[in-house]
Write a protein that binds this ligand. Structure first.
Ligand code: ADP
Ligand code: TRP
Length: 331
């Protein structure tokens, strides 16, 4: 991107404890991008209301997501970290977008269909979830959105809505557009981090390994990774093993090559590989665990970061909403 700095945006729902799928799929890429432009990362508490019904739990989760994200390396000097609900204008933009969003587009949402299949009641909020997400992205004129693969369709819906709103209201603009098209940024190597059952890791599938679980818990989760029944002495297929895939995320190149070789050779049981994986995982997150303790020791740190982030986010959102209200005829 020439001239203007690239604007990067992503969000994460405070609907539970963050796991290593969230870390490698979204948080690590987002943290890496904070040095490359102007970054906005938020805690999607409005979105979490579609599934969390316990106000106390929601409040606690919001702080915990902020804490964990900061502990993992989000630098509040570079990236604005804020609560989605501290920018309530986003719900106004979501309403405006909903008036042009075709029902059929939202009816095709995989995420909506999956949620219904898991027994969630089909509320209007759950249905229009992608419209609020589009508003999140567009209200900061975002260029790039780092997410895991499961969010790709949501970004495509956002892009469809951009085309539609530009067609409907963009004619009076010099370049014919109210919004530019945002791009998803999905890391191929970590687009789907597997959980302990080999399916996509997700808090809703109960197959997660949490980033900041205690030692006993993390070891237990790793030791319960599901494996096939290949005997100890037989060669094993590394590329199809969850243990190996997770190990590849945290070990060095030579360690990864070493484990691959021992899979192929046979003679090592899955139990041993799991122990090695646990050791590496624990080691990988140790500096972040330490940083997390430091942040916790400073009682006002998180509130200050969130307040500063909200201020910055509101500045941009106000500018964009002034433009949008004018274009659609509200002011
Ligand atoms: P969950 O599925 O546990 O509810 P979220 O939907 O809250 O997770 O995801 C938050 C972010 O983390 C999204 O960008 C999502 O794509 C990413 N993410 C979640 N699980 C994984 C995974 N197993 N692999 C890669 N990315 C993931
Ligand atoms: N739907 C995303 C998730 O569950 C969270 C989210 C909300 C988001 N708004 C966003 C992500 C805008 C990227 C951009 O993970």
């Amino acid at each position: 991107m020439k001239g203007k700095s690239m604007r990067i945006l992503s969000g994460i729902q405070p609907s539970g404890v963050l796991h290593i799928g969230n870390y490698f799929g979204m948080m690590r890429p987002a943290i890496a991008l904070q040095a490359e432009g102007e970054a906005f990362y938020f805690i999607a508490d409005y979105h979490a209301l579609t599934s969390v019904r316990d106000p106390k739990a929601l409040r606690e989760n919001i702080r915990r997501v902020a804490l964990d994200f900061l502990a993992c390396g989000l630098d509040p000097e570079r990236a604005a970290l804020f609560r989605q609900s501290d920018v309530p204008q986003v719900t106004e933009l979501a309403w405006i977008l909903s008036t042009i969003a075709p029902m059929g587009l939202l009816e095709r949402s995989h995420s909506y269909k999956d949620k219904l299949a898991r027994g969630m009641p089909p509320s209007v909020g759950l249905f229009s979830y992608p419209v609020l997400m589009a508003a999140d992205i567009l209200i900061y004129d975002s260029d790039v959105v780092p997410v895991g693969k499961d969010q790709k369709q949501h970004i495509e819906i956002t892009r469809d809505l951009v085309v539609k709103i530009n067609e409907t209201f963009g004619q009076s603009e010099p370049d014919g557009q109210i919004f530019k098209l945002p791009e998803p940024r999905i890391q191929a190597a970590t687009e789907v981090v597997p959980g302990i059952d080999g399916q996509k890791m997700s808090k809703s599938y109960g197959n997660n390994i949490d980033i900041f679980g205690d030692e006993k818990e993390m070891r237990k989760r790793v030791m319960s990774i599901v494996t096939d029944s290949t005997p100890v002495e037989a060669p094993k297929d590394a590329s199809r093993s969850t243990i190996f895939q997770l190990y590849s995320l945290v070990a060095s190149k030579s360690e990864i090559a070493g484990m691959r070789e021992r899979f192929q050779k046979g003679g090592t049981g899955y139990g041993n590989f799991k122990k090695e994986l646990f050791e590496k995982l624990w080691e990988y997150f140790t500096p972040m665990r330490e940083r997390r303790e430091e942040i916790l020791a400073d009682k006002s740190y998180i509130d200050n970061v969130l307040a500063r982030g909200a201020k910055r986010a509101n500045e941009i959102a106000d500018q964009v909403m002034t433009r949008v209200r004018k274009r659609v005829g509200l002011r």
